[in-house]
Design a protein around this ligand. Structure first.
Ligand code: FES
Length: 143
């Protein structure tokens, strides 16, 4: 049911942890399953993501999705990271069961949410973030 890549990232996730002096922090949650994902970004003056860490309190697919997502965006620009969709995450994982697609959506939203935070603090504007609501993405009202 799960690809080897998913299993590998689940058992050996990359970039787990937190960054104390992060330039952007994003937290998202899925209200249905109650899983929560948090991402921390270090971003330099050229808008390059120099470091990224995550903490995911959730299912194996969410952990694998965040792990591969952090790998995808490390060393990339903010703009490039904003174009990492959940589809891309699923693709890189070699696929996810359809009931687990929402776990990859969490990874896309965590990236956007961390960049949203960075943009707000540094007075930056990205058209990719238009219409993105970090509050809605954070909702876990079943708690
Ligand atoms: Fe909800 Fe995976 S089951 S994030």
């Amino acid at each position: 049911m799960y690809t080897e890549i998913v299993m590998e990232h689940f058992t050996n996730p990359r970039n787990v942890g937190e960054i104390k002096d992060a330039d952007g922090v994003g937290q998202v949650g899925n209200p249905k399953c109650g899983d929560i994902m948090k991402m921390y970004f270090k971003i330099d003056e050229n808008e390059v993501i120099t470091d990224v860490k995550f903490k995911t309190f959730g299912c194996g697919s969410a952990i694998a999705s965040s792990s591969i997502a952090t790998e995808l965006i490390k060393g990339k620009t903010v703009k490039e990271a904003l174009n990492v969709s959940n589809k891309k995450v699923v693709e890189e994982l070699g696929g996810l069961p359809s009931a687990k697609i929402h776990c990859s959506v969490l990874a896309e939203q965590a990236i956007k949410s961390a960049i949203y935070d960075y943009a707000a603090k540094h007075d930056k504007h990205y058209e990719e973030l238009e219409g993105f609501d970090p509050k809605a993405a954070q909702e876990d009202d079943h708690h």
